[in-house]
Design a protein around this ligand. Structure first.
Ligand code: SF4
Length: 745
């Protein structure tokens, strides 16, 4: 009988990076527990972690490439799959140009080291302007706002709440007790939030729903979906009016303070109260409290992003932080100092620009090399030069996750060629012609290169594969690397040769960026002294050794190396966040740009919207503890129990419409309708209904048996790709106008 052993790694299912102790016997996962020795998560786990075992053993998970035929899916060899993809994409690019092939990256990539570090190779190989990603569904406003204010590409300019030291946390449009933090890497969100209160601090939640976070807060304030920017401008107005602006560490480092004062002049708390739904006295009191707190952080997430004024709301959050002196101060919002600064490998230039090109059909601006995902369907469906005729999907299911999913479904179905790198045949990949599976998260090594850029403490941890992938099963980096080589016409090159090219790019970028830290370090020395020979391990070794804690290839004898990190199976604590604003700022002025034109130019739209009569009922989403991605609905332990995909509605609205808990309601929007079982709850403010996201299974042609037995309804049948935040092009997923009736009517 094989021996049991315990493997340590990070949980791959959300941004929190909890440490896992996984008991393994042969190629079977026996148990998944929280790693008590992990200095960051200290044994904390949420129920999703158990999904690691079920995902590993899931019989629906693809293990070999498949091709769609008239009679169903057939397994093909890896070589055949690469050749077919290379030839068909090559033909489309020759006939219609590079932009005829779109590329879409889903968020599981951030948890897959190989996919994350080799995706740039695939991007270069495709050379398309039609590049989309999941951040362009739910994060684009934050990307635009922090890029323009701090001058850094995402996520390097995103300040995170210093949650372990703050005295006051204002949470807007976020539910960290359930999401476990987003753009704020922090295991044990419930414990960390409760600790704010336990040490005498205050937690305030502003949300249209009394969320799980609101339940443990000192105060919950209802706000109308889409009212966040107006509310935040109201707070800023109060700060100016009551002479409470204090820039703290940002003094002398900002441009545009007077412009901000001018912008918020017309947003007195009394003037925005009706539109935002927040009483003026509450707005004024919160402004006073946050200004008076010893330290404070204003944290906005999905609710502030995927709405009509997402960029303005994101801007409002960070303006509150800057104007109350909480930017770059302990207990405020700060910038992480990551051990593996992958940013070093990015092109280095001063300043930040958006709109270097615009989408073909609706003219949406490019951001960080991507165009908004709200444009994806129109780019596929609108004929003409540059039309997207083929797509490459990397670990994603946009038919469930993006706005106007019926239209997206039609768009994917009519493509000339669709390739998916994914281990499930889901609602989107069912349209693929070829699917290349990657190993399960339990089967690959990892380092959270992306998530540790947003960590509330500086940490580092190496994740070991719990189980080695089977014989002949390539890792994600090998799939992407081979695919990239195929698309670049480098089929004859060996894996090592392609990998040396990839390493060369990272070395060149890192050394150019880190010259001051490591004078004299050359590419030749680095390449010769790396102990790993190939793959993402070699890239992580590079980044760690040239990073701020690194050994500089022998220059700092006790500095960090990959070998040392591996000797600490539960990870390393590198200390609390440190002030580093001047180092982070990369604007052309070298200052925080408080009033970029992209935002100031969009304020008139908000003013105009405030003049309109509201009154309509709107739909918002809701995050659930047991799921972060739609594929998790195929894991039996996570979907068991009462139905989760219900329509939440306030008692007032339920009575007015004639609905009660357990009945079925029909919900209509401009683009579609769904039927869902009703749950009446006073957690929701009147005028707002809520459906969770990522559901809508049971579609023919998918191979997800558990999910298909628990289909739920797809909320994105209702969300509208033509309703978007103008500054960023992000589709509105929170605040879709809807009509609700009993199902029979
Ligand atoms: S909070 Fe849950 S899903 Fe997220 S990393 Fe921790 S255990 Fe995994």
């Amino acid at each position: 009988m094989p021996n049991r052993e315990t493997v340590h790694r990070v949980c791959p299912f959300c941004e929190a990076t909890c440490g896992l102790s996984i008991e393994v016997e042969g190629d079977a996962i026996v148990s998944v527990r929280g790693d008590k020795e992990d200095p960051f998560s200290r044994g904390f786990l949420c129920p999703k972690a158990y999904g690691l075992k079920e995902l590993h053993h899931d019989p629906d998970r693809l293990r070999r490439p498949v091709r769609r035929t008239a009679s169903g899916w057939e397994e093909i060899s890896w070589e055949e799959a690469y050749r077919e993809i290379g030839e068909r994409i090559g033909r489309i690019r020759r006939e219609h140009g590079n932009d005829a092939v779109g590329f879409y990256t889903g968020n599981p990539v951030v948890h897959d080291l190989g996919a994350l570090l080799y995706r740039p190779l695939l991007e270069r190989a495709l050379g398309t302007r039609n590049s989309f990603n999941s951040s362009a569904i739910d994060t684009l406003p934050k990307i635009v706002q922090t890029g323009l204010m701090f001058g850094r590409p995402f996520p390097l300019g995103v300040p995170v709440p210093d949650i372990d030291r703050t005295d006051y946390l204002l949470v807007i449009g976020a539910n960290p007790v359930v999401s476990h933090g987003s753009l704020m890497t922090m295991p044990d969100a419930p414990g960390r939030l409760k600790a704010v209160r336990a040490r005498g601090g205050k937690l305030v939640v502003v949300d249209p729903r009394r969320t799980e976070t609101a339940r443990i807060a000192d105060e919950h304030v209802f706000i109308r979906p889409g009212g966040d920017a107006a509310f935040l401008f109201g707070m800023l107005h109060a700060l100016f009016e009551e002479d409470r602006v204090d820039l703290g560490a940002a003094s002398g480092l900002v441009n545009g303070l007077d412009e901000v004062r001018g912008v918020v002049e017309g947003f007195a708390p009394e003037a925005v109260a009706e539109f935002s739904g927040v009483p003026a006295e509450t707005t004024r009191r919160l402004a006073r409290e946050i200004a008076a707190a010893e330290s404070a952080a204003c944290y906005g997430r999905l609710g502030t992003c995927v709405q009509e004024f997402g960029t303005l709301a994101s801007w409002g959050c960070d303006l509150v932080n800057v104007l109350t002196g909480n930017l770059d101060r302990p207990g405020g919002v700060m910038f992480t100092t990551p051990a593996a600064p992958v940013d070093a490998a990015l092109p280095q230039s001063k300043g930040y620009e958006i709109g270097r090109w615009h989408s073909r059909v609706s003219g949406q601006p490019e951001v960080d090399g991507k165009v908004p995902s709200s444009t994806m369907a129109e780019e596929m469906l609108t004929p003409g030069p540059g039309q997207v005729r083929a797509m490459l999907l990397l670990m994603t299911n946009p038919v469930c996750s993006a706005a106007n999913s019926r239209q997206l479904d039609e768009a994917f179905a009519q493509l000339e060629f669709l390739v998916a790198v994914d281990f499930y045949i889901n609602e989107t990949t069912r349209h693929a012609h070829v699917i290349l599976p990657t190993p399960a998260p339990s089967e690959h090594a990892g380092y959270e290169v992306g998530l540790y850029l947003l960590s509330v403490r500086n940490v580092a941890k190496w994740s070991w594969p719990a189980v080695e992938p089977g014989e002949g099963v390539p890792d994600s980096w090998q799939v992407l690397s081979r695919l990239g080589a195929e698309l670049m016409g480098l089929r004859g090159m060996s894996e090592q040769e392609v990998d040396d090219l990839v390493l060369g790019q990272y070395v060149a970028g890192s050394l150019a960026a880190l010259q001051e830290r490591w004078p004299g370090l050359t590419a030749g020395e680095v390449t010769a002294r790396l102990e790993s020979r190939v793959g993402p391990e070699r890239l992580v070794e590079l980044l760690l050794r040239v990073g701020p804690y690194g050994d500089g290839f022998g220059r700092v004898p006790d500095g960090l190396t990959l070998a040392k990190l591996r000797e600490a199976p539960s990870g390393l604590d590198l200390g609390p966040l440190q002030p580093r604003l001047p180092e982070v700022l990369n604007t052309t002025s070298g200052k925080v740009e408080l009033a970029p034109k992209t935002m100031t130019g969009d304020v008139a739209r908000l003013r105009a919207r405030m003049e309109e009569r509201a009154g309509e009922m709107v739909l918002i989403g809701r995050r659930e503890l047991r799921y972060s991605n739609s594929f998790m609905h195929n894991l039996p332990a996570l979907v068991k129990g009462p139905e989760k995909c219900t329509l939440h509605i306030s008692p007032l609205d339920a009575e007015r419409i004639g609905l009660d808990t357990g009945q079925v309601a029909r919900v209509f929007s401009r683009v579609g309708h769904v039927e869902a079982r009703v749950e009446v709850t006073d957690d929701l403010m009147p005028g707002v209904v809520s459906l969770p996201h990522g559901w809508g299974h049971g579609v023919s042609g998918t191979r997800m048996r558990v999910a298909n037995d628990h289909p739920g309804v797809n909320a994105n049948v209702l969300t509208d790709d033509r309703a978007y935040d103008v500054a960023s092009g992000t589709a509105v997923l929170m605040g879709t106008p809807v009509k609700v009736t009993p199902a029979g009517e």
